[in-house]
Design a binder for this molecule. Structure first.
Ligand code: AMP
Length: 127
């Protein structure tokens, strides 16, 4: 399987510092920033710094160090955004769109972390 990465995508430009972002956390291998069009009170995008188009690409080809860094960064943000379902907080949802079936807009692997209010059903039914 071979993956094509377009380095002109908007998250690649954010990583190169060509466009601004509202950073939540930066680690050696990952960057987290607020979504520009939030769907919930908490809506953070977490991306690896490496050139991966989708979660499956990242999972298959990233170095384990990058995967651990990404996973720990994501977990830390759940804590700092106060959405972990402990101490009275309501919980969160993680979601990663990949490809046209999921309407992936930006072809750089990203995980949406949403929370801060009741999120409803995972997907609309029907169709
Ligand atoms: P997806 O459909 O999963 O590819 O979602 C891409 C997300 O990136 C959308 O929720 C957009 O609102 C968000 N987005 C696009 N451009 C930016 C940007 N410059 N800064 C922050 N979020 C962005």
């Amino acid at each position: 399987m071979s993956y094509d990465y377009d380095d002109q995508n908007i998250f690649a430009k954010i990583l190169r510092g060509e466009i601004p972002n509202d950073t939540v956390l930066e680690t050696e291998h990952s960057l987290a920033f607020r979504d520009i069009q939030p769907h919930a009170p908490v809506h953070v995008l977490v991306i690896p710094k490496g050139a991966y188009v989708s979660f499956d690409h990242f999972a298959a080809e990233a170095d384990p160090v990058e995967i651990v860094d990404f996973t720990r960064a994501l977990g830390r943000i759940c804590q700092t955004e106060n959405v972990c379902p402990v101490d009275g907080h309501e919980g969160y949802r993680l979601l990663s769109n990949a490809g046209p079936a999921a309407n992936q807009e930006v072809p750089h692997m990203h995980m949406h972390l949403v929370g801060g209010h009741s999120l409803g059903a995972i997907l609309p039914r029907g169709g």
